[in-house]
Design a binder for this molecule. Structure first.
Ligand code: GAP
Length: 446
């Protein structure tokens, strides 16, 4: 067999997008109305994949540490939150319109605008001067629709972490240094959503705000950057697909001491999937000022009173799902001349861990009993229709690590054939102990 695994830069975005729609991973929201730009739906397999990624993040960032607590805050916070954070004033992109064709673009992305269809003579757009466009999505809370009732869908999940920091610290009896982690939806009225789910208007973030003493900024920044790179490496992103780009001094926010982007090589180029930021005491200080509440802490030993500094890690869940799909997608030429599409997803991320495939419908009953037993431990797909080769291909295409075939011999020897996705090797395993065998292999692959 020759294996033609493609590096993600060689993978075509169109192939990934079409596989996602065809196999029920991800497609455009409100499809039957023609879609709504910048919004996406995760189907049966997509939601499993996304949940697996979130569970892995939660496991590594929250459960495996005793210095991090979890949070699930409301999406809409008090509107003063976004004044204090600086979003009302500053969270904007420069916007231009073409006076001829009415195309609307971000002024810093005009290279992507293409020719102007309304100006055949020059084919160049006739742009208005740039004006600032605030990216926060607004809504109204209560029966009135006026300025006093205006609220915002959160533009980042972290702000509520700052609002809740004191209560979490006190109720969980934590001391500095400690962190608060949250996974949830964020909303940005992006001018040009693009590259499939990469830049959306509704997306999920997994964020950690880690509160520290001002003397320990460098140490914790390095710690968290290392942790986060290790996380992405464990997802299977090699040196050729993942890099860290430290921010230049002129890119840093005025309150930030350091920041780095973790970037993935998508088919459309190197792009950020996660940011690690030293946010200083900006957020707690501002919320302290705007709320009139004291958000400082006391060092129990020295009795020193200080406002904690914050190291943040902020990863896009949707962007990481997209990176996983691009990294995993491969088309392989097989010895028999056929081509198979395979998603080489890490098994912890794969939407389905095992497919149970009886060779014929008439031996479906014992195969169903096997599937029911395996379902007690992980997500299982059962399929008894059609040619076995085609059934294997369908599972390869969605990244199922193991296919279990129940055949006529199984009736007498009490064994099934377990086929591994990547190597396509097969081995006979006793039905008794099959679940433990697969759990062991899934655990080892983590
Ligand atoms: N709290 C810090 C923060 O929100 P950010 O760099 O604006 O920082 C963090 O966002 C991560 O959220 C990004 O690295 C990216 O993965 C994800 N993200 C941001 N905007 C996004 C969008 N429009 N669509 C999808 N993901 C987005």
């Amino acid at each position: 067999m020759s294996v033609g695994a493609a590096a993600s830069s060689a993978v075509r975005m169109d192939d990934v997008v079409s596989l996602c729609a065809r196999r029920g991973l991800i497609w455009q929201s409100s499809e039957i109305y023609g879609g709504i730009n910048g919004f996406w739906d995760y189907g049966p397999l997509g939601v499993e994949l996304k949940n697996n990624l979130k569970a892995l993040w939660w496991q590594k960032v929250v459960r495996e540490r005793d210095d991090v607590e979890g949070l699930d805050s409301s999406i809409i916070a008090h509107p003063r939150t976004w004044e204090a954070s600086g979003h009302v004033e500053h969270f904007s992109d420069p916007l231009v319109d073409c006076k001829a064709c009415k195309k609307r673009m971000r002024a810093d992305q005009l290279d992507d605008a293409g020719a102007c269809p309304a100006r055949q003579g020059t084919s160049e757009h006739d742009w208005t001067p740039a004006r600032n466009f605030n990216l926060m999505l607004k809504t109204f809370v209560g029966a009135q629709e006026d300025a006093a009732a205006t609220a915002y869908l959160r533009a980042e999940t972290c702000q509520s972490i700052f609002l809740d920091a004191k209560r979490v610290r006190e109720s969980a009896r934590q001391k500095i240094p400690f962190g608060i982690a949250q996974i949830g939806k964020a909303f940005r009225n992006e001018i040009n959503p693009r590259n499939f789910t990469f830049r959306s208007r509704e997306f999920e973030q997994a964020e950690l705000e880690f509160f520290i003493h001002p003397n320990e900024r460098e140490k914790w920044f390095e710690h968290w950057l290392d942790q986060r790179v290790a996380f992405h490496r464990a997802l299977g992103f090699g040196d050729d697909a993942l890099r860290v780009r430290p921010h230049r001094p002129d890119e840093l926010a005025h309150y930030a001491k350091a920041a780095a982007d973790i970037e993935f090589l998508f088919p459309f180029g190197w792009q950020e999937i996660e940011g690690v930021h030293d946010r200083g005491d900006w957020d707690l200080r501002r919320h302290g000022e705007f709320s009139g509440k004291d958000l400082s802490v006391t060092d129990e030993q020295t009795k020193e009173r200080f406002t904690p500094m914050v190291i943040e890690t902020s990863v896009g869940v949707d962007r990481t799902c997209l990176a996983l799909l691009c990294n995993a997608y491969a088309e392989e030429k097989l010895d028999d001349g056929e081509t198979r599409t395979v998603l080489r997803l890490p098994s912890a991320i794969a939407p389905v861990k095992a497919a149970v495939l009886p060779l014929a419908k008439k031996i479906g009953e014992p195969a169903q009993r096997i599937a029911a037993d395996l379902r007690r431990s992980f997500n299982v797909f059962y399929d008894e229709a059609g040619n076995i080769g085609r059934r294997y291909r369908r599972q390869d295409e969605v990244g199922t690590p193991y296919c279990i075939t129940y055949d006529f011999e199984s009736e007498t020897d009490g064994k099934v054939t377990v086929r591994e996705r990547d190597s396509m090797t097969q081995e006979r395993i006793p039905v008794e102990g099959l679940r433990a065998h697969l759990l062991d292999r899934l655990e080892k692959a983590r």
